[in-house]
Design a protein around this ligand. Structure first.
Ligand code: ZN
Ligand code: ZN
Length: 411
């Protein structure tokens, strides 16, 4: 069972190791009203780390749903200037971002997908030039989760409410490496070091492409951009502040070459997108683009994603996650990408991370494109790793090097 003490440790972990709050830095928290008590703990540790101020953007799913039901499309597509100015104000002050997930998966299932799409499109267009702040790691950010009854009931539908909540809490704290008697900050330092070693090996091999096969039928070749950088564990801001953007994280990720992805890939887990849960889906790629696809459930949501913009039907990320990772070992499907993506190798449709390219952080959109990077306002991970996934790395000279056998690194 998760104790009060463990929540306290988690709050401190997120402030000190997650975003690594610097003296005099503003801290922005995005959280559900349900989690107010925990948010106060996080705020306390932020001030203890000498944050300049802590500002909270509160969410409430029911209010959001009411908005979608009653607001006109016109209102939904209008993002006020003050919202842009507010975000810009915090970013100009060098703020860091903490985001706390606890939402019920699929909570938007009964909302008109078109309305969600309109609101998202408007938001991303208005905020486009402010999104690189976190996407390019200019300021620190960290996303992590805490359990809620609503979420637990989706994960464990057959258990009584209280038991489900306890079980989800146990799982979340275990994969976030917080226990009653450990020092989570030290655990995370060790974990980051290990992930860094995998990334370094991959960087030394400097593969031209990766070939994936799995028992589901996946047979996919993913080209990598020249001068790519595999990243694993934490990240640095341009000011040299080390932080862990995802808790948990088990992935080493890289940048695919936009028009060099070919073959078929079968998803190994459902994808929660815009509050809809897409299940049993596959994509066929030709020269980087999804040319065919299907899904047994919520195919329309998948179509919305693929047709969102030009780049949302191309890849922006390829990530290797050992099948023996703690999230995978938990055997739990969290219905939340933050967790589920750390249970399995995944790909992302849409925008790449510029940090995966040498000098990428300082490149313009045009320069990134010239290096073969995709561009999109979306970044949507989906899982395709399995117990029997094999990966071969193919070097520039054609040499084939085994990278994964039966779901795990061979080195
Ligand atoms: Zn990833
Ligand atoms: Zn991703």
């Amino acid at each position: 069972m998760v104790s009060k003490n463990m929540y306290d440790k988690l709050a401190k972990l997120v402030v000190r190791k997650g975003v690594n709050v610097q003296k005099g830095q503003p801290v922005l928290i995005n959280a559900s009203v349900r989690d107010a008590a925990f948010v106060r703990q996080v705020a306390y540790y932020a001030y203890e780390a000498e944050a300049e101020y802590v500002s909270v953007d509160w969410r409430d799913t029911e209010l959001t749903k009411l908005g979608y039901r009653y607001m006109s499309n016109e209102t939904l597509s209008e993002i006020p200037q003050w919202q842009y100015d507010k975000t810009k104000y915090h970013q100009d002050k060098g703020a860091c971002y903490i985001s706390i997930a606890s939402e019920k998966p699929g909570s938007m299932a009964d909302v008109d997908g078109e309305k969600i799409n309109i609101a998202n499109m408007a938001y991303y267009s208005k905020m486009a030039d402010l999104m690189s702040y976190t996407m390019n790691n200019i300021g620190q950010w960290c996303i992590f989760g805490i359990p809620s009854v609503e979420w637990a009931k989706v994960v464990f539908p057959d258990l009584p409410e209280e038991e489900a909540f306890e079980k989800l809490g146990d799982a979340i704290f275990a994969v976030t490496r917080v226990s009653e008697d450990n020092d989570p900050i030290k655990e995370w330092e060790d974990h980051d070091r290990e992930m860094l070693e995998h990334a370094q090996k991959l960087n030394e091999y400097n593969f031209k492409e990766l070939h994936f096969t799995s028992e589901l039928g996946t047979d996919l070749t993913v080209g990598l951009v020249k001068d790519h950088i595999w990243v694993g564990g934490g990240c640095y801001t341009p000011k040299g502040v080390f932080f862990d953007p995802n808790m948990p994280t088990e992935e080493c990720f890289c940048m695919p070459l936009k028009d060099s992805v070919n073959g078929i890939v079968y998803a190994s887990k459902p994808l929660s997108y815009n509050g809809k849960v897409i299940e049993d889906f596959w994509f066929r790629f030709e020269n980087g683009k999804v040319v065919d696809y299907d899904a047994k459930k919520e195919k329309e949501a998948l179509q919305k994603l693929l047709e969102f913009d030009e780049g949302s039907s191309y890849l922006g990320e390829v990530a290797l996650v050992p099948y023996d990772s703690p999230v995978s070992k938990s055997g739990i499907l969290f219905f939340n990408t933050l967790y589920d993506e750390n249970a399995a190798c995944h790909l992302a449709l849409g925008r790449p991370y510029p940090e995966n390219l040498k000098g990428g952080i300082d490149m313009s959109k045009e320069e990134l494109k010239q290096h073969g990077a995709n561009d999109s306002m979306q970044h949507e991970d989906f899982m395709f790793g399995t117990r029997q996934m094999n990966i071969d790395g193919i070097k520039e000279d054609g040499t084939v090097v085994p990278v994964f056998r039966n779901g795990n690194f061979v080195f």
